[in-house]
Ligand binder design. Sequence first.
Ligand SMILES: [Ca+2]
Ligand SMILES: [Ca+2]
Length: 453
Amino acid sequence: MKGFHISIVAFTIVLATGGFVVAEGATRFVSTAGDDAANDCAAAANPCLTLTQAVSVSVDSDSIKIAAGTYTEAIVLIGGGNLSIEGSYDETFTTQSEDAPTVLQSKGTRPITALWHGPAGVLSIGHVTIKKSSTPGGGGGILLEASGSLAVGLALDRVRVLGNKSDTGGAVQLVNVSEATLDVSVKNSLFERNRALDCGGIATFSRDAPVPHIVISDTSFVKNKATDGSGGAICVRSQGSVTTDTDQIFERVTFTSNSASGEGGAVNARAEGGHLNIDIVNSVLLKNKAFQGGAIAATAFFDFSAESVIRIDSLNNTFCSNKTREDGNAVSLWGGQGVVEITMNSTNDIFAGSKRGADVALNQNDSPATHVTLARDFSIVENPVLLLGGATVSDGGNVLSTDPLLVKVGKDVHLTNASPAIDAGTCTGAPTVDFEGNPRPNGAGCDIGADEH
Ligand SMILES: [Ca+2]
Ligand SMILES: [Ca+2]
């Protein structure tokens, strides 16, 4: 399948160029007014000109500080260890400002390639804009590939990834092809108008390897697009027989107007062997569209007798005005042949604003080993559930079929004063703030949906 062919070839080629490994942490400085000649980039008063130079002199646990400006380089990090890259500094490297960003932009290649085989460590990137870059293969802005048995992390904070392009993972691609433990954290970031054939924004592929532990929080995905595949904003894909349980968590994430020609306008979870445990909490999924599963599509099927399991825990989310051409305006759960389980637990969720058809579609293959189930309670559901081939839904006693009375359908998912969602949810397990940080509960109880009124 697409995405798994990536860069074993590239890996062997770039290995020869060396990279950063072992030693103590220093701070390196880079500025468009700097100079690389005989410079180890270690003095703020005498910064290097290029990020390439700073990377080439960096060792484990170094930090690179980059002044505002545009850098048209493609850096390749090989090895592992800890490295921090922080941008948007002023000329004296004392303050960071969103108004004067550090922009990484390289046409025809990607700005950041990280090929990790050890030692263990985290690549941290903050206050950087990666834009209008493109590459064939995968990962238009960032590619991280883990190989070898090690713990590898990628941490993005206040990163804007805008208008990048590739074949898979228009913005970022994460690949685990080994026993590596991949830990990914993305917060306070924006992914906008990235596109790829498959997996328009972030692509994660695990083959015969544990699925990455992912936490994406306080982040927006806007108008990302999979033009000939699935997962407009994010793909999480597993293949093979490794069934390690890791969590993929989306918390206070806004998905707006992402699209896919296939499944999952915002999120595509696919297991051909392996376990995906997706928690989506306090999030807004607005105006995403796809052929199948306008916002979220989960597909699990049989691969060489491997066990395929997808569990989605959906809590305090608002799905609004998502659209499908086939089944499931908001969500599609599809289980094929083999040892398969797809379960979605939906609590305190709003499903609203769809034009026609079911908001959630469940399709279960007739094979007796397949189970596709939806369990929901304390939810507002405007449209019916579509059940195909023996899939089942169980409602608790608190599922309302009514208009949630949002401020503006398709635009503003806040609750109006008259909304039946107010104080109608359960506080059991509910997050203590809402999608915008307001305290929950407010008033007599916890509200249904992402907004606490
Ligand atoms: Ca309340
Ligand atoms: Ca609120």
